[in-house]
Ligand binder design. Sequence first.
Ligand SMILES: O=C(O)CCC(=O)C(=O)O
Length: 280
Amino acid sequence: MTQSTLESRLHELDVDGFTILHDAIDEDFRLKIVNRIREIEEQTLLPLQDGELESDSSFYRTGGILEADPIFREIPLHPDVLPIVEGVLGPDFLLSQVSGIDLKPNTKNIQPLHPDDALIGVVRPHPIPVGCTALWCITDFNHETGGTRVLPGSHKLADIDVAWGSDETDEIPGLIQPEVKGGGIIIFDHAMFHGCGDNHSNQWRLGVQCSYHAGWLRPSNNHFLSIPHEHLAEYPERLVDLLGYKTYNGAFGTITVPGTYRGATSTSRPPRDALAEALR
Ligand SMILES: O=C(O)CCC(=O)C(=O)O
């Protein structure tokens, strides 16, 4: 990527909160990703719980994919994505999570618009970005398939004028659902409001969400590498929590093993309380 292309991508991210790299994924690699994620889904999908119906969920989420197959390790290292993410987050940024999100066909998947950094207790608009997602569009993303809806410029808003958790967000002025063919990548600032739409088509809609965080979002010391695991039994439990073995709000610091679970976007609600706190 040339310096001037990089600068124009960063300008788009600054103004709109997102940029789209079309045809950014090698076609053979894209097909390998589809096949491997679908295999992992088949092999690891958790059984339905007592009373749970397949129709209760609208998507499959596959986590831990870096360990599931070495092919996925190329994803966070995409040579056109890395300089853009560095331009947004600064040097030494960190990988936050990589997972597949496969929307079921003919399903109500609409997801309340949300920022990915709702849990970060920093007043909006943030003075600097704290996170950035590269959403790999593995199959076609558009209105028919439930492509991601984005609200350009919303990373610079304190909030959006819509009832929290409302699925009826299609009327928000300025909301768009960009057409991205399988092989494109949407890169967005975590503060930008976005969410997937209903999949009206007969095909599954597969994306891979690759999220990065600013490098300063971590303690000064790396306790996981500094303190041998086998010594932890001698530490007070509270201290072990403080070292990072307890999650923040159940969402940051989770352990992910390769596997697929069912989810329902239309009933998944971002933590409004956490956001309200941040806005106070
Ligand atoms: O898959 C998409 O279109 C967006 C998913 C998303 O924003 C999320 O799960 O937080």
